[in-house]
Design a protein around this ligand. Structure first.
Ligand code: KG4
Ligand code: ZN
Length: 357
């Protein structure tokens, strides 16, 4: 007879692997979205509940970590109940619980991880800690039921811009990364300099829709170079300088043109390097992941470039681009198929394993 929580968790994990349609509950609280989701057999999303804190943080022009943690604490119970209810299941039907434990705001992560641990301990469920970045990649599995590794992936979010070779569901090789700002961070900073509200990415995209992307040439030699690393802070600074110079001279700036030119420079860099990475690795599929994957200009540019070389291009459905828990549940499923569950001593970690590579 198993006695300890972990002995029971090991047995439940083995049961999970034997079941035809196991149910996993995903929990996400790494930044400014409190999310929960129930997923069947890894890819069937039964529910995906999200409480976004964007209207709260917008007042401050960016995410305020302490406010984020408090809001997660207030909301997490309700969001998890909502996900169970919408899926038409109760906690006793759930076979495992996956939670984002890195990277992110440490206080925000702590809320989700503590909540998941409490549920696991109280209800004898196996606990699976998921790296948020691998979750973003897994969002593609939900959209494309036939997608399997290996493939190349370009991850562009508020904190990361990485080209990752997905060798298996749980093995990843870092091919390239940003040397400074992440793509989403650059979008947010440029949007802020233009007086747009947080989060800047979608706002800047809307402004750019009416602009001429050829009006300003913001490309950098680094992003046009041989390697697979990116640099976005130079492009961001160039935009800020154009705005400041015009202001000092009292000259008007065509903000739509500037936004479109910035968007073009960032999407060109992400597209050209990631497609080249896929080709050089001999991979026939390139996937896009992370919050910036919601950008239509980037989705279209990548599709065109992939078509040119006969590469299959995958990108998540819009609702799974930005932070959500379905992607965490999906990656959690593949983790539990490949390894034993985590102990309850699992601690949140501000850094991703990709940052350590
Ligand atoms: O993945 P995500 O929701 O959170 C992190 O893990 O960071 O990504 C958020 C980032 C923000 O920087 C946001 O401005 C950017 O994704 N983003 C966009 C768009 N939608 C979200 N950037 C450009 N165009 C968009 N449509
Ligand atoms: Zn994210």
């Amino acid at each position: 007879m198993p006695r300890t929580y972990y002995e029971k968790a090991l047995l439940k994990a083995a049961e999970y692997r034997r079941k035809e349609a196991p149910l996993i509950l995903g929990i996400e609280s790494s930044c400014d979205e409190t999310a929960a989701s129930v997923v069947r057999a890894g890819r069937g999303v039964l529910s995906a509940s999200v409480h976004t804190q964007i209207p709260i943080h917008r007042l401050y022009g960016g995410v305020v970590p302490e406010i984020a943690s408090r809001s997660h604490t207030e909301r997490i119970g309700g969001v998890v109940n909502d996900a169970l209810e919408k899926a038409g299941v109760s906690l006793s039907d759930i076979d495992a619980i996956a939670v984002t434990y890195r990277p992110g705001l440490i206080g925000a992560l702590l809320v989700g991880v503590s909540f998941a641990k409490g549920l696991c301990y109280a209800a004898d469920k196996p606990l699976i800690g998921v790296d948020h970045i691998t979750g973003h990649i897994a969002a593609n599995y939900i959209t494309y039921p036939d997608l399997t590794p290996p493939f190349m992936c370009i991850v562009a979010s508020g904190g990361h811009s990485h080209i990752v070779r997905v060798d298996s569901y749980t093995d990843f090789t870092l091919i390239g990364r940003t040397r400074d700002d992440a793509a989403g961070e650059a979008f947010d900073k440029v949007a802020r300099a233009m007086g747009l509200p947080y989060p800047g990415g979608p706002e800047l995209e809307a402004l750019a829709a009416g602009g001429d992307p050829e009006a300003y040439r913001l490309h950098t030699a680094f992003n046009e170079g041989e390697g697979f690393d990116f640099s976005f802070s130079g492009i961001k600074t160039a935009v800020v300088n154009i705005l400041h110079n015009a202001e000092q001279k009292g000259e008007p700036v065509n903000r739509a043109d500037l936004a479109a030119s910035f968007q073009r420079a960032v999407t060109d860099a992400l597209t050209i390097k990631s497609v080249r990475a896929a080709r050089e690795a001999g991979l026939s599929t390139l996937a896009l992941a992370g919050g910036v994957s919601a950008n239509k200009c980037l989705r279209e540019r990548l599709q065109r470039e992939c078509d040119k070389y006969g590469i299959r291009f995958c990108r998540p459905d819009m609702k799974y681009c930005t932070d959500n828990a379905a992607m965490i549940a999906c990656q959690g499923h593949y983790e539990i198929m490949a390894r034993e569950p985590n102990e309850l001593s699992l601690d949140p970690d501000a850094a991703s394993f990709l940052q350590m590579m």
